[in-house]
Design a protein around this ligand. Structure first.
Ligand code: MSP
Length: 469
């Protein structure tokens, strides 16, 4: 029997930025879902990578006196190192400067050109390098883009190739109305609302003034617009990475809400034009602020994942980031709150429960042959994850932790002995093992430690999982 497949992607991050906890947030969430689907027995392709062409990257290189090639070679490995240190189980790391990718992007564009979806024209308007897009006058506030207020948009007038995005308006509306493809629901309403209200304009998909990019196959003086190049990574990886063809179309594109338009309207229209199967789902999560402020270089409040790892540990960082606010909504993060929650939920919560039970088992002196093992995720946990409520799945585990603590307080096993004690402890062990099972996608190392510790026959107390800080 062939296994069910699951293809999940993260945005590919601009290589000129240092990896921060915003990028980590999406990638850890994708890792949780990838691990979860593997544990369900599915064959998973988890793709992440870096977005390496365009003005933003070439300007970044210039600022460091490097060629774009040297610059990207220097920076892409930083993402790989940090993703590895967060125990992210991606199956492939794509870089858009990979010649295999570049070839597929060119073939894709040629196909659209031959099908009559690309024509030549002149573009004139402001361009935001931070967003890597032409911005409409309506998107500017006091002359600057609200996402990159420190960057003055440049006015560009040049010959470009255009993609007939406008030709797909009706088809897109029908598709997104019929299919539940955009999550959460509010985001779907937002996209449909905009699609119904505004007439789509054709999209400039090449740049005459940008040399750091993939050349337009039939006009080498132009390069392919970086967003078209970037979106195509999801498709190209399935075509050139060995054995991955069967994974197209993607089951889930996980992204932040900032890039939803690109991942729905533009991406789906490009695929429709090429007559390729469409991705099944796009989930846009919210943005978090740091103690009420936008996280930005200019404010100097950007947090590197390494900082959290040093302070709390790897599994702990994964836990703290994903449990702070509902997945899908906007939220806020503070290191103080992380410290408090580390102590309350990890040190005193899970850690204390595990020590307490292990000590009871050890002092009982029993042999626990064939300790009860869990092979299934609990129902509420599964239902939370099926709605992509990653935070809710986590809090469901903590409900079990608190319930077990309360049950132990009530049963007072330290007052029991003989058969009664043995029976009670077996019950407690089975719940602990169940908690460890559910914990696997989130805190893989912790889950494994608990599973080993409670494997029997002898169960012993270990040093605390989460020393108090
Ligand atoms: N290169 C494009 C994406 C191309 S995908 C075909 C890009 N890169 S980015 O480096 O700017 O990354 C944007 C993504 O980073 C967001 O969509 C989100 O996943 C993540 N985040 C960045 N800052 C974040 C927060 N403050 N909060 C939550 N997620 C954040 O856009």
């Amino acid at each position: 029997m062939t296994k069910k497949t699951f293809f999940i992607t993260t945005p590919i991050y601009y290589v000129d930025d240092v990896p921060h906890i915003g990028h980590a947030y999406t990638t850890i969430a994708a890792d949780v879902l990838a691990r979860y689907h593997r544990l369900l027995g599915e064959e998973v392709f988890f793709l992440t990578g870096t977005d390496e062409h365009g003005l933003r990257v070439s300007q970044g290189a210039k600022a460091q006196d490097l060629t774009p090639r040297e610059f990207t070679e220097k920076l892409a490995p930083q993402f790989v190192t940090i993703w590895n240190s967060l125990n992210l189980s991606y199956n492939f790391f794509i870089r858009t400067t990979d010649p295999h990718h570049e070839k597929i992007v060119q073939e894709f564009l040629t196909k659209l050109y031959k099908r009559g979806f690309i024509y030549e024209g002149v573009y004139e308007g402001p361009y935001c390098v931070g967003c890597e897009k032409f911005v409409t006058e309506g998107e500017l506030k006091n002359g600057v883009c609200s996402l990159h207020p420190h960057l003055l948009p440049t006015r560009i007038k040049e010959k470009n190739y255009f993609f007939k995005l406008s030709a797909f308006q009706k088809q897109l509306i029908t598709f997104f109305e019929k299919k539940e493809a955009i999550f959460p629901q509010e985001r779907r309403n937002e996209i449909l609302g905009k699609l119904k209200k505004e007439k789509l304009k054709d999209l400039s998909i090449s740049r005459a003034g940008v040399t750091w990019g993939i050349p337009v196959p039939w006009d080498k003086k132009q390069t392919i617009y970086v967003w078209v190049d970037a979106l195509l990574n999801y498709y190209s990886a399935t075509q050139f990475v060995r054995g991955k063809k069967k994974f197209w179309p993607a089951d889930l594109h996980l992204i932040g809400k900032d890039i939803l338009w690109f991942h729905t309207v533009i991406w789906y229209a490009l695929l429709l034009a090429a007559d390729l199967p469409l991705p099944k789902k796009v989930f846009a999560h919210g943005f978090f602020t740091i103690e009420g402020q936008k996280m930005s270089k200019s404010l100097g409040n950007v947090i590197a994942p390494q900082k959290l790892i040093q302070q709390f540990g790897v599994d702990e960082t994964r836990y703290l980031l994903l449990s702070e606010f509902p997945f899908g909504a906007d939220g806020d993060i503070s290191l103080d709150r992380f410290r408090q929650r580390y102590n309350a939920e990890l040190a005193n919560g899970l850690g204390n429960l595990v020590s307490r039970v292990a000590k009871l088992c050890e002092t009982s002196g029993f042999d626990f042959e064939d300790t009860p093992t869990s092979h299934f995720f609990s129902k509420p946990f599964q239902s939370a994850l099926s709605k992509y409520r990653i935070d809710e799945a986590l809090s469901d585990i903590w409900v079990d932790i608190h319930a077990l603590d309360a049950a132990i307080d009530k049963a007072k096993p330290w007052k029991l002995s003989g058969k009664e004690l043995f029976k009670n402890l077996l019950g407690v062990i089975s719940v602990i093992r169940h908690i460890a099972f559910d914990l696997q996608p989130f805190m893989p190392e912790t889950a494994e430690k608990i599973q080993k510790q409670f494997a029997g026959p002898k169960i012993k107390a270990n040093p605390p999982l989460f020393p108090r800080i």
